[in-house]
Design a protein around this ligand. Structure first.
Ligand SMILES: *Cc1c(COP(=O)(O)O)cnc(C)c1O
Length: 368
């Protein structure tokens, strides 16, 4: 073992939690104003989100899951319609599809990353397929430009689940730029954190209008159906404030990832490939593993206090979970991707000492 390794510093369970200067003042101020989802506080948050992401419309909602339900409703997805998605996403992405009465159709990823394979998408093309959801896991950009072209050609609505990907870009543009409608979570573990919360972005006015209406009970006009997915004013105030620090935090993640990667020398570990023109926000550093038994390596990291999302969430293709097994459609690329990787925390609260520690633990592994 290397000399600098002493006691494991991870997991420090609350370490990912953000706090930004001035938060209490902002919340105190918000308490003086309307607290509901129709408060001007929420409108101001939405305006700032639209500006930050360079989007025509932002609609705040109560969670990332709510954002997906709202996007599906806005896209007109209903009972019996099919929705294609990659099986490497979390259960959070597929449950809203099932709740909408639609049929999730699993389409494999690419070999090198979590983007949907166009080739496999062609195999499931049919008149019932209304929408496709692409999910850039852990913030690594996917080929959303190619999916956009394909969706336009075939008349699908392209929904992007960007719950991990605030600030990730492709060819210098936010990933949301390529989707018809994009969904974000601001759950406290996500790069922008309000506790619970989410939002949608869209440059398509028709989709944005329907999303806004649907998430606000159809504005109770008695004509347009909807449900209540509004975000309350207090988390909106927090989100608006924290948005000002988001770029700084992404820059810190990128510095941490670079620092770590320059110190990891294990021959069987390397960063997962980033696609040409893509820049990840490093929600989590993704390491590709080439051990005979990758799971043992992940267990070793955990024993040494370094957590992995793969272990935390038991990541496997969704159709392997009982609640989704009815929709099984084998996706060998996605399966191999999840078996062949781990995540490493590089959030802004990870210290330089901890990065040294992580690198030395990785480099010292001598299992096969
Ligand atoms: C977190 C997450 C969601 C769900 O977001 P909530 O705010 O927890 O409802 C959906 N999709 C992905 C990819 C997520 O990571």
């Amino acid at each position: 073992m290397s000399a600098i390794v002493e006691t494991p510093r991870f997991p420090i369970s609350d370490k990912y939690r953000q706090s930004c200067q001035g938060e209490l003042d902002v919340l105190r101020d918000a308490l003086q104003r309307g607290l509901s989802g129709t408060s001007e506080v929420v409108e101001h948050y939405e305006a700032d989100l639209a500006a930050w992401f360079d989007s025509q419309n932002a609609i705040a909602v109560s969670s990332g899951g709510a954002a997906i339900s709202v996007a599906l409703a806005a896209a007109g997805v209903g009972a019996g319609d099919e929705v294609a998605l990659t099986p490497t996403s979390p259960l959070c992405t597929v449950y809203p599809v099932i709740a909408a009465g639609a049929v999730p159709v699993f389409v494999d990823t690419r070999e090198h990353g979590f983007g949907m394979s166009l080739e496999d998408l062609s195999r499931v093309h049919n008149a019932k397929l209304k929408a496709i959801i692409d999910i850039p896991m852990w913030g690594y950009p996917t080929e959303v430009d190619e999916l956009q072209a394909c969706a336009r050609e075939r008349g699908y609505t392209l929904i992007l689940d960007l719950a991990h990907a605030h600030g990730s870009t492709l060819h210098g543009k936010h990933l949301s730029h390529y989707g018809d409608i994009s969904c974000f979570s601001t759950h406290e573990r996500k790069p922008l954190a309000t506790g619970e919360g989410g939002f949608l972005l869209s440059d398509r006015q028709d989709l944005a209008d329907r999303a806004r209406s649907y998430s606000r009970f159809g504005n109770l006009n008695g004509r347009d159906f909807g449900l209540n997915y509004k975000l309350a004013a207090l988390p909106a105030a927090l989100g608006q404030h924290r948005l000002r620090y988001l770029q700084e935090q992404i820059d810190a993640r990128r510095r941490n990832a670079e620092f770590l990667l320059s110190r990891i020398h294990h021959p069987k570990v390397r960063e997962k490939k980033q696609i040409d023109g893509g820049e990840t926000n490093y929600y989590s550093l993704n390491l590709q593993l080439f051990f005979r038994n990758n799971r043992s390596f992940i267990d070793y990291l955990e024993v040494n206090g370094i957590p992995s999302d793969i272990k935390r969430y038991g990541c496997k293709c969704l159709y392997k979970f009982p609640a989704v097994a009815a929709y099984q459609r084998d996706c060998p690329n996605g399966d191999a991707l999840l078996r062949g990787m781990t995540t490493i925390p590089v959030h802004p609260n990870v210290t330089e000492d901890e990065l040294f520690y992580i690198a030395s633990i990785v480099n010292d592994y001598n299992g096969d």
